[in-house]
Design a protein around this ligand. Structure first.
Ligand SMILES: C[S@@+](CC[C@H](N)C(=O)[O-])C[C@H]1O[C@@H](n2cnc3c(N)ncnc32)[C@H](O)[C@@H]1O
Length: 266
């Protein structure tokens, strides 16, 4: 099931959100790939950056959000990327008519239930010498997410919000490394906790709330149809977030763990 994305809200923290993507693709050693695919390309700037890195490549961005793809098409004024609207869980790279040399998927697979079982399809579909690079957030136990669950429970909403709160799922770094490694590829796996300094200028009321509004909080707010319920939820979540992520001398420090794996087909 797709939820509605807001490209503008998502882009508010672009400089912070972009960093893991660049750290990920820095480990992809492809020199002159013919076909590059970005699964869950979002609003497009990072996919366009792949086209600029490999100007000779056909670059395809796949996403199921019409809002994100509309923003991507608008941004791609030079027509560097082919934008495809599809669910990555069912979309078959074979539809492209050639085996990809590079498949990148950044900050997307956490939204795709059972994505671990899809890894063989993407890796085995690579051209010889091809690369598969993935990054998912590893912060489901961080206060930003744990507090959503706590506030839902405190408001008697745990059951109704259960599906929305449980949507995001990731495996451990070791599991990704093992699942990829058994496919006969060389795997490079790691994790990093970024210390994002949000809103150093002090212009935002609660920058962590603004951050999660662009991603993990969306399905929860969508599930709360009633305006009163939504306001009550947000007020308490806001207050608890402020306590968990207080403003300090440099801004609001928002630690964010991310999990990376890059597989290279021999
Ligand atoms: C957090 S954004 C990441 C976008 C981009 N990769 C980036 O790093 O900025 C997640 C994206 O995954 C897309 N997405 C989530 N589940 C998807 C699915 N099953 N099929 C296709 N796209 C999906 C969303 O529409 C959204 O654009």
């Amino acid at each position: 099931m797709s939820t509605r994305w807001d490209p503008e809200q998502y882009a508010r923290f672009a400089s912070h959100r972009d960093r893991p993507f660049h750290d990920l693709v820095a480990r992809v050693g492809a020199q002159d790939p013919g076909l590059v695919v970005d699964l869950g390309c979002g609003n497009g700037p990072l996919t366009v950056s792949l086209a600029r890195r490999w100007p000779g490549a056909r670059v395809v961005g796949v996403d199921h959000s019409p809002q994100m793809l509309a923003a991507a098409r608008e941004l791609d004024t030079d027509g560097l990327v082919e934008w495809v609207e599809a669910d990555v869980a069912t979309w078959d790279p074979a539809a492209l008519g050639a085996a990809p040399d590079v498949v990148v998927t950044n900050a997307t697979l956490q939204w795709v239930p059972g994505h671990e079982d899809l890894l063989p399809r993407w890796v085995e579909g690579l051209a010889p010498g091809g690369w598969f690079a993935m990054q998912v957030p590893g912060n489901l136990d961080a206060p930003s997410h744990a507090l959503m669950r706590e506030v839902a429970a405190a408001h008697g909403l745990a059951e109704r919000l259960g599906p929305a709160l449980g949507r995001i799922r990731v495996a451990s770094p070791a599991e990704y490394v093992e699942r990829l490694g058994v496919l006969g590829v060389d795997v490079d796996g790691w994790e990093t906790t970024y210390q994002h300094v949000l809103d150093p200028q002090g212009e935002q009321d609660n920058p962590v709330l603004e951050w999660v509004r662009g991603t993990g909080l969306r399905p929860v707010l969508e599930a709360l149809q009633d305006e009163g319920e939504r306001t009550a939820f947000l007020e308490e979540y806001d207050a608890r977030l402020r306590a968990a992520y207080p403003r300090g001398p440099v801004g609001v420090v928002f630690p964010f763990r991310r999990i990376f794996a890059v597989a290279h087909r021999r």
